[in-house]
Ligand binder design. Sequence first.
Ligand SMILES: NC(=O)C1=CN([C@@H]2O[C@H](COP(=O)(O)OP(=O)(O)OC[C@H]3O[C@@H](n4cnc5c(N)ncnc54)[C@H](O)[C@@H]3O)[C@@H](O)[C@H]2O)[C@@H](O)CC1
Ligand SMILES: [K+]
Length: 504
Amino acid sequence: MHILNPQQLQEVDVLTMQRQQIRSWDLMERAAKAALKQIIADHPAMLGEPITILCGKGNNGGDGLVMARLLLEMGQKPSVWLQHASQYSVDNQENQGLLPIGYLKTFHLHTNFEFPKQGLLIDCLFGYGLSKALTSDWQPIIEQINAFEGRVVSIDMPSGLACEGHLPAGSPIVEADCVYTFQMPKLNLVLPDYGYYAKSFKIISIDLDEAAIAESSSSSFYSDADSMATLRKPRLKYSHKGTFGHALLLGGSYGKMGAMVLASKAAIRTGCGLLTAAVPIAGVSILQCTVPEAMVLADTNEQALQDFNFPTAYSAIGIGVGMGTSVESQQGFSIFLRSLPAESKLVLDADALNCLAKHSQLLAHLPKESILSPHPKELSRLLGTWQHDYDKITKAKAFCQQYEVYLLIKGANSLLVCPDGELHFNATGNPGMATGGAGDVLTGILTSLRAQGYPAKEAALLGMYIHGLAADLAVEELGEESLIASDISNYIGKAFMRLTQGGF
Ligand SMILES: NC(=O)C1=CN([C@@H]2O[C@H](COP(=O)(O)OP(=O)(O)OC[C@H]3O[C@@H](n4cnc5c(N)ncnc54)[C@H](O)[C@@H]3O)[C@@H](O)[C@H]2O)[C@@H](O)CC1
Ligand SMILES: [K+]
């Protein structure tokens, strides 16, 4: 699914109207109906409670006016406030005329709303038309919305949050409990800097012309169920364990052998034909007992990987989980990386990334198409610090282009940065995944997919999607507090099944 900027969205709107032979008024009617239907489905109790709708002067406000009319037709009496303005968008104006005379209340920037103490507030002040941050004279209005004691839902965007671009700290922005955004998420809905303003979002399909969307020149994408289902390779009848590759995982150190257990289990659950785990001597019996499906190779060192004297002719290699950063391990890792054949398919995580950050001359030895999966702290060690998310993305793109590698930046809506500059945001996952070992599971999944012959980009996209989906399915049964990394592994199978059944 593409993520478009406001200009591209406008172009798609125009093409949609031309190709479907509808007016902009019809598109607004369609959008408002679809959003209201979903809001009512999510908040069935709202129909007995006070509903307040705040409308701006553009088409976002127009959506609010349509919703007000639809609610009136249902016998509801929403309290509807319209921004005082000298000019309104055409469809906004037309929809004002379809409400009972005298029904609308107008507000100015100094208006005191005196909202009810409960119920639902629907924010339709600004949508994708907001070009930059609101000025501080909007602060009193936005503060009243943010102090509302009921639930705040925003249409298309939390008002005050532009679709794209960095916004200065302290800008007036609505803090929405849920954003109902049309057709596709917007960039600022999936960036961590702005997560506070869009605690969750739902995509409301309004049948914009798919060809027009595909033709747009966007290089940002959202990995949804449909696009991921097409990536999955079927397992053929006459396949055997050799068909699905032999993965090698390297890592573990005394006291951190669990990371290798988690990664190994996840790799096997993801479907590689064979798995070898290479660990320090102290890890051999642990791995053999906990993951009997894996073969185990021992380093010469008891407690941490040191010699790395392992064969490298594997279908894919995942390295770094639980490895530690002892001097011996760093030296061994360095020699291992320099000696790898150029065509090796490599996944690097955790302490492998920390070693790379400490010895940046090693970056030149990364095989092309390697996948690096840092969490934000590891990323900052690799890239240096950043001012804000857009700065981070610029640095990450330059890094991926320079070394021809993929960066999978873990977090809510994990982000895959590709060597050609494409950005892919993941749709699955939940806060329960903020638990030790979840990243080790991802390394196992990624290495397993690479071993099965998935190209690096597909492996990274499918891997992060399956990882999050498995956690989402596990949370349905276990709850966010109780989710542990092993649960994610245990639900990988169900995640694959759900993917083929049509997503989540
Ligand atoms: N294809 C779609 O996604 C559709 C979108 N619709 C709605 O239309 C919205 C976009 O409508 P508009 O383009 O009219 O834009 P908005 O309604 O988001 O806001 C536009 C108004 O805000 C003003 N403005 C822009 N930046 C400002 C700033 N920094 N400070 C103060 N005022 C500022 C503009 O001058 C304009 O009057 C969408 O967000 C959505 O709600 C639907 O009605 C129809 C279909
Ligand atoms: K809004």
